[in-house]
Design a protein around this ligand. Sequence first.
Ligand SMILES: NC(=O)c1ccc[n+]([C@@H]2O[C@H](COP(=O)([O-])OP(=O)(O)OC[C@H]3O[C@@H](n4cnc5c(N)ncnc54)[C@H](O)[C@@H]3O)[C@@H](O)[C@H]2O)c1
Length: 413
Amino acid sequence: MTVRPDIASQGTPTTVENADITVVGGGGHVGIPLVLAFAEAGLRVNVNDRNASVLDTLQSGKLPFIEAGAGGLLAQALASKRLVFTTAADRISTGGPVIITIGTPVDEFLNPVRKVVQDCIDALLPSLADGQLLVLRSTVFPGTTDWLAGYLKDKGRKLNVAFCPERVVQGNGLKELRDMPQIVSGCTPDAEREAAALFGRIAPEVVTVTPMEAEFAKLFSNAYRYIEFAATNEFYLVAKSAGVDYQRVLEAMKHNYPRAKGIPRPGFAAGPCLVKDTMQLSAFARNQFGLGHAALLINEGLVLHIVEDLKRDYDLGKMTVGLLGMAFKAESDDVRASLSYKFKKVLASHARAVLTTDPFVTTDAELRPLDDVIAKSDLLILCAPHAAYKSADFKGKPVFDVWGHLEGNNVIR
Ligand SMILES: NC(=O)c1ccc[n+]([C@@H]2O[C@H](COP(=O)([O-])OP(=O)(O)OC[C@H]3O[C@@H](n4cnc5c(N)ncnc54)[C@H](O)[C@@H]3O)[C@@H](O)[C@H]2O)c1
């Protein structure tokens, strides 16, 4: 791959040989903001990702998904030739740290898949040089970092292993990387010191802990957020069953009352991280993580509750239902683990037809324009509270809105 000549105008091109750092999984949601943050800090970055098409997109100056502020930084990084794009595991730069940001899913038993990390490391290993800093940044099962250090040692390799979890909110990673402290841990003092120096280049503050502490800090943060969403969702269901508008209760609770300020609004809590990480923690706790499992029941069950309520109030079998917003959260184009698709699936057996729309999602051929969905639907459900829906004309059709995002006589909560 070559950098487009109209963009590449300054500097010595970055190569695998001269890159200061490699980000493996550098074309992903965590990888891209990180790559751009390091490039902005003046580093030459080897963007390694096995997904060649995502790298082609980046190399053409475009982003594969929505990431605030990333377009300008990508153009700058390309123009200053700070990036080199590689797809193979044997194209790792040995002149600086290697950061792993690959996906770390749970399996069909909701258990973590350590093999993903092991396979990735096994493939990289022949290209890594002893003495290099190897940073895990993906969210991992507690103990993975120390396991990795032992695994490498058993193979006679002398790599400095660190775990520095990513904690940014998806879509706003660049701002949060600049504003938020970075948790850093290392399996040796050298690994910790080098990782702290590396992240000190892009983060305002570094917090140093042990690898297990860092792994727990990441998982606890996500599980806590997931549990918070579950708490407000359960309050919503309790209020609703009493015929009370929970939004009015929430407003009353939060008004000039600091201790209630952080209570989130109800909504569909899902996406690629919160459920998965809550389940990683549960797997670690031998499934004895009652709050985590309760949160899963409530957050995943909310969709089913709402469908049951709608079935009671409407003759769904004779109705076309329009789903507004298929991304897993507002102003995002990411459909991974989006509960909008759970709605679609469940309603397929209850409604006459289900139509879907989203202003941001580009990966779903079944999506229709908003006006078309409004015109053809008898009932609408706000799944992702995108800002654009606030001013949409729903033609007086009933819109179910759990979020408290919309106003009007036709809005059902
Ligand atoms: N998305 C978020 O906002 C977020 C926030 C904090 C932490 N995390 C964690 O970060 C990790 C990555 O999440 P993501 O959302 O960026 O995933 P993603 O799927 O968007 O990105 C992962 C990237 O890694 C690439 N990849 C996978 N295996 C590879 C390999 N062996 N070699 C080279 N490239 C490989 C994929 O092609 C993909 O581009 C996960 O552990 C996730 O839990 C994500």
